[in-house]
Design a binder for this molecule. Structure first.
Ligand code: ADP
Ligand code: GLC
Length: 495
């Protein structure tokens, strides 16, 4: 296998800026590709939260000129290296990125100039490759924010000495967000009115970033095989099914891996005690500490079911809300909930501990440390997702011996193995229908297993903790995709 040169242009990457799993994936994939000997760089915005001191940013370009469709923009570029030695470049354009949030303000209102901010980031990423003479084999972009890169490569740079041969790969982490904006932004984006057509960038009179990316990319991927199948159907594709189907075999699903250097109870520095599948004493300590921290009745006997999530429609937590109180009224079980987002759900889950003292604990907000405590201290982890492209928390949960209770969709279907009541085989509890009834029933199944078939819980835990969703496997699959993208590009395929 040749050494590939890969530029990841992205709106998020750990440890610099994160709102969800996308950041974990970009960080871990870049690191793993580099450890396999590939030449990888990451390009992302210099947001306000990217601290110069903490991350040891150095000036790279004082000034870089980026042509947009109807004007030129000027920015600066800083650089650093991650602890795993991946070079990261930060595009500094204060008018666009020196803000409170990544995509929205404190009131969760999207910034109205998001199409300009991220079209600019994408163009700037490509300009940087040119100016620093990084003749990438692959530009790999993620979600709508940077989805236009394959379009720029084909529309603008087709004849460029540095990136004229670069192939574009687009990974869809979530098809629910496509970047659909009024056409008034189109001249700035600058991809030519000849491409503002319903098969490419136009969507009911507006511009659709993801759709354009799908059309122009040499390969499109998503983050699990099941989600790749689901998004070929109207039910899951938010209008994109025909375009994804048009890609044929150039659209594939690759399961996310997990960075076990951060998510493994055997050496997790953030949790109260460490443990392994051969010695679970540390897990009991973590459970005790979690119950105390959330004001729950302290008892090793009572199972804890956990939620760590963005409160977004996708996650199905409105349906859990419709049955969680019935569950705690009927079963001897506790809940711990960590999350933020939708204001109604924040209010609802935030108020539950006062009504169900000792049985339900919640923290409204974002806390990585608490997320680790919860993974370690809980017994079950529930994700009743409407859809779930991959999902990382259920995979973390497996390694922490915290059995997932999940809806059988997307990456949840691919990573959790259904419990078999006859043999005690499996790693979690799955249900099909998204309804309060199905959640109630499946939680009841898990809780009765906890009380009545303890040996099955022990067996499932051992199996869950032994699962490996390593990045090495997934990164190898990405390399196959990259090689295919290069062939597609050379073959002159537009789709
Ligand atoms: P998504 O990207 O759709 O939010 P994933 O399961 O892929 O879902 O990734 C979620 C990531 O964000 C995980 O690393 C999870 O621990 C983290 N996370 C989500 N909400 C919170 C929160 N409130 N506090 C801490 N971490 C969170
Ligand atoms: C998205 C999806 C999530 C996935 C993550 C990383 O945020 O919602 O399921 O795990 O991206 O790919």
């Amino acid at each position: 296998m040749d050494r590939l040169r890969v530029a990841m242009i992205t709106s998020e990457c750990v440890p610099f800026a994160k709102t969800g799993g996308l950041a974990d994936v970009v960080g871990a994939l870049a690191k793993t590709l580099r450890s396999m000997g590939h030449d990888v760089i990451v390009v992302m915005p210099r947001y306000r939260q990217v601290d110069v001191q903490r991350f040891q940013l150095r000036p790279f370009f004082q000034q870089m000129c980026v042509w947009m469709g109807d004007r030129e923009e000027w920015c600066a570029v800083h650089s650093t290296r991650t602890e795993d030695d991946v070079p990261v470049y930060f595009i500094e354009h204060n008018m666009y990125f020196d803000r409170e949030g990544l995509y929205h303000d404190a009131e969760f209102r999207d910034y109205p100039d998001n199409p300009r901010r991220f079209a600019f980031l994408t163009r700037a990423g490509l300009q940087l490759c040119r100016d620093m003479r990084f003749d990438a084999d692959i530009v790999h972009v993620h979600d709508w924010q940077t989805a236009l890169a394959p379009a720029y490569l084909k529309v603008w740079h087709w004849n460029d000495a540095v990136i004229g041969k670069t192939a574009g790969v687009l990974t869809i982490h979530n098809i629910g967000y496509q970047g659909i904006y009024p056409a008034e932004h189109y001249p700035y984006i600058g991809l030519g009115w000849q491409n503002f057509t319903s098969d490419k960038l136009e969507d009911h009179g507006r511009v659709n970033f993801l759709k354009g990316g799908i059309y122009f990319a040499d390969m499109v991927t998503t983050v699990s095989p099941t989600y790749a199948r689901e998004t070929r159907t109207p039910e899951y594709a938010y209008g994109m099914a025909p375009y994804l189907n048009a890609k044929g075999e150039n659209y594939v699903g690759i399961l996310n891996g997990v960075d076990y250097s951060h998510w493994d109870p055997a050496h997790d520095p953030l949790i109260p005690a460490r443990y392994t599948r051969d010695d679970l004493r540390g897990k009991a300590i973590c459970k005790d500490a979690l119950q105390r921290r959330f004001g729950l009745e302290v008892s090793p006997e009572i199972p804890i079911i956990a939620v760590v999530s963005r409160f977004a429609d996708q996650k199905g937590l409105d349906v859990l809300a419709a049955c969680i109180e019935d569950i705690v009224d009927a079963m001897i079980v506790q809940f711990v909930i960590l999350g933020s987002g939708d204001r109604n759900l924040e209010q609802y889950y935030g108020a539950l501990p006062a009504r169900h003292g000792g049985r339900i604990g919640s923290h409204i907000g974002y806390s990585n440390e608490l997320a680790h405590w919860i993974e370690a201290g809980a017994d079950f982890f529930i994700m009743p997702s409407r859809y779930e492209p991959c999902g990382l928390n259920q995979i973390y949960s497996l390694r922490y011996g915290t059995l997932p209770i999940v809806r059988n969709t997307g990456g949840l279907a691919d990573t959790v193995e259904q419990y078999d009541e006859r043999t005690g085989d499996g790693t979690g509890f799955k249900f099909e229908e998204l309804s309060p009834h199905a959640i109630y029933y499946t939680v009841g199944w898990a809780v009765s297993t906890w009380y009545d078939r303890k040996h099955h819980i022990a067996k499932m835990r051992r199996k869950a903790m032994a699962q490996e969703f390593s990045w090495e496997d997934s990164a190898r699959r990405y390399v196959v995709v990259y090689e295919r993208a290069i062939r597609n590009k050379r073959g002159g395929h537009e789709q």
